[in-house]
Write a protein that binds this ligand. Structure first.
Ligand SMILES: Nc1ncnc2c1ncn2[C@@H]1O[C@H](COP(=O)(O)OP(=O)(O)O)[C@@H](O)[C@H]1O
Ligand SMILES: [Mg+2]
Length: 300
């Protein structure tokens, strides 16, 4: 049975607080609630986080500036990691898109964001191979690239969600586990795919843009004009397709075979109607979420 795709539009901000340090706006992020970390675990996480950021920066990905980071005591004798980062004003990608006052403005803003995110995604070198291909989809530096995890700052894209720290184990495509006593928190189901598979990342990224376009259109015009919503989604998908095609044409990290598959995925979004699709993004992403969902319900 088909399920509605659960895109994370909510931004889990329970552990996020915006404040001020020396007249500068900062955002405080507190991690590790219910992870059961000892003081030593929390120190290890802080260490992993620092090397992860260094890895991202080393391949040219800009990350938010950490003002300070420390281990703090939490409830039930657990320890948490708290970091304060520079706060970027007005840089929220989805908020900017939803604020568009016309179709043309939406499409232009979306185009700018798609260029930046596509360039970032296909600048990441693949793990242990020179090129990504249909048999080798793995990112060397796993990123959780989706619009809610990045902000715009003076026209540049800054990755703000650098937690949880993710690393590939040496010589394998398995993610290093987080420290702590709980197995299910050390690694989440399908973490490898969700953060390390170039095809998944591309599919989900473009799924977000199509989804937010659908929402924006419904906010402007109501939910009844299905044909008009479809044509809007189609127009956006064509923009995505053009950007993806030109980025891939210049890329020396993606084989022609994989480029064709990625382009076919986007074609699929372009022709999908909201009337027949019970989801907002591409099929590839949908099917992964569904199998993950089955794994989860199988476990309980
Ligand atoms: N440095 C920052 N500047 C501005 N907004 C931020 C910053 N960091 C996070 N945010 C906002 O807070 C949201 C949640 O932060 P994030 O680091 O992604 O944590 P999580 O996804 O674990 O809740 C983001 O989607 C973004 O909208
Ligand atoms: Mg996030």
């Amino acid at each position: 049975m088909k399920k509605t795709m659960q895109l994370d539009f909510t931004n889990q901000i329970a552990h996020i607080e915006v404040g001020e340090v020396d007249g500068k706006k900062v955002i405080t992020k507190t991690w590790g609630k219910d992870f059961g970390w000892t003081h030593a675990d929390a120190l290890q996480v802080m260490d992993m986080h620092a090397s992860y950021i260094a890895n991202l920066n080393a391949i040219g990905i800009e990350t938010s500036v950490v003002v300070d980071e420390k281990v703090i005591p939490g409830p039930n004798n657990q320890f948490l990691v708290q970091s304060r980062e520079e706060y970027f004003h007005c840089g929220d990608l989805l908020v900017n898109l939803m604020a568009s006052r016309s179709r043309a403005e939406f499409l232009q803003t979306a185009e700018e964001q798609i260029v930046l995110t596509t360039n970032l995604l296909f600048s990441i070198p693949p793990l242990y191979k020179e090129q990504y291909d249909t048999d080798w989809l793995w990112l060397s530096v796993p990123v959780d690239l989706k619009p809610p995890n990045a902000v715009l700052s003076s026209g540049r894209l800054v990755l703000v969600d650098t937690f949880r720290p993710l690393f590939w184990d040496h010589g394998t495509t398995v993610l290093q586990a987080m420290p702590g006593p709980y197995k299910n928190k050390q690694k989440l189901p399908n973490d490898e795919i969700k953060t390390g598979d170039i095809r998944f990342q591309a599919g989900r990224l473009y799924g977000y843009f199509v989804a937010v376009a659908t929402r924006w259109h419904i906010q402007q015009n109501g939910a009844s004009a299905t044909q008009d919503i479809d044509s809007f989604r189609h127009e956006l998908s064509e923009i995505i397709l053009n950007i993806l095609t030109s980025v891939l044409a210049e890329s020396d990290v993606v084989t022609q075979d994989l480029a064709l598959v990625l382009i076919a995925d986007v074609h699929e979004i372009a022709t999908e109607s909201i009337a027949v699709g019970s989801y907002e993004g591409p099929r590839y992403v949908q099917s992964l979420y569904e199998s993950e969902d089955q794994t989860r319900s199988g476990e309980t």
